[in-house]
Ligand binder design. Structure first.
Ligand SMILES: NC(=O)c1ccc[n+]([C@@H]2O[C@H](COP(=O)([O-])OP(=O)(O)OC[C@H]3O[C@@H](n4cnc5c(N)ncnc54)[C@H](OP(=O)(O)O)[C@@H]3O)[C@@H](O)[C@H]2O)c1
Length: 253
């Protein structure tokens, strides 16, 4: 079997696995953060866990770029920079923003995170930098790239801003978990998750690729159930938490 046949089988299986994960995570949120429970084996500090989980994404994407047959095009350099703008921060900055109170993460969750990032980065990096027919410079002025990149940027700002608000509120309140009633948090429980989902929908549109779409589907399959679990947790732990507040999309989810 040649690599492109392997690639196609992996991509189809990856879409199918995302649907399975969505159902599994609706039944039981991943056991880290506020949903951490005992019985999941050894743990790592949140900082070490996030660093290990996320670092394959920026490192392997660079490897696929450097070893790709298509890496001469300007458009692909832009895609490289977009990916690294997210993942260099997520892997090498975000872990160091997590305070000492951040909960340890089970090694099992870290291993699953690493597996996710290795497969997801292979599918997106190998497709863009080797299997595509390439993107001409005119792609940069096309509606798919323009709309996709604007959505990516908007999601990026919403995600980073919301994670920063959570960090600042935790420090300011001195509480492990505090009720955040600022800005968009008054309308939805998990704006950081909404931002993340918008980032990868934007990426799927800008690259106009099935690999990019699989990333957007996986992010939604991962974060939509977790947002529901966060909302339920807030209703159980915060007095008078607004009954009408949604998890991600007002009135929908
Ligand atoms: N692409 C993907 O599929 C994917 C998957 C997972 C996560 N992510 C992204 O990774 C980032 C972190 O994810 P996460 O699941 O850890 O997000 P999270 O549950 O919202 O937590 C983010 C940080 O804020 C703290 N926190 C959350 N709610 C708080 C509150 N009410 N009061 C005080 N502190 C609070 C958490 O502490 P604790 O850890 O102690 O709860 C954690 O340190 C997010 O930006 C998310 O979008 C992406």
């Amino acid at each position: 079997m040649d690599e492109s046949a392997f690639f196609d089988i992996l991509l189809r299986s990856w879409f199918a696995l995302a649907v399975v994960m969505f159902v599994v995570l609706l039944l039981r949120p991943a056991p880290y953060g506020r949903h951490a429970t005992s019985g999941w084996g050894p743990t790592l500090s949140a900082r070490a866990g996030w660093l290990l989980m996320e670092s394959p994404a920026p490192l392997l994407f660079l490897l696929w770029f450097l070893t790709g047959s298509q890496n001469g095009s300007d458009v692909l350099v832009v895609f490289l920079l977009m990916w690294q703008a997210h993942y260099v921060h997520r892997a090498f900055v975000y872990p160091f923003t997590l305070g000492r109170t951040a909960r340890p993460i089970p090694v099992l969750v870290v291993l699953f995170g690493i597996l996710f990032n290795v497969v997801n980065t292979y599918l997106n990096g190998r497709y863009l930098f080797t299997f595509t027919a390439g993107y001409g410079v005119e792609w940069l002025s096309g509606w798919r790239f323009v709309c996709g990149t604007l959505l990516f940027a908007a999601g990026y700002v919403l995600n980073r801003y919301s994670d920063m608000v959570l960090r600042r509120e935790r420090i300011a309140s001195g509480l492990r978990y505090c009720r955040v009633e600022r800005g968009i948090f008054r309308h939805i429980c998990c704006p950081n998750y909404l931002g993340e989902i918008l980032i990868w929908i934007g990426w799927a549109i800008a690259t106009w690729s099935l690999a990019g779409l699989s990333f957007a589907v996986w992010t939604a399959a991962n974060l939509m159930p977790r947002a529901k679990a966060h909302l339920q947790w807030c209703r159980e732990h915060f007095e008078d938490y607004p009954a009408g507040r949604s998890a991600l999309i007002p009135g929908i989810w």
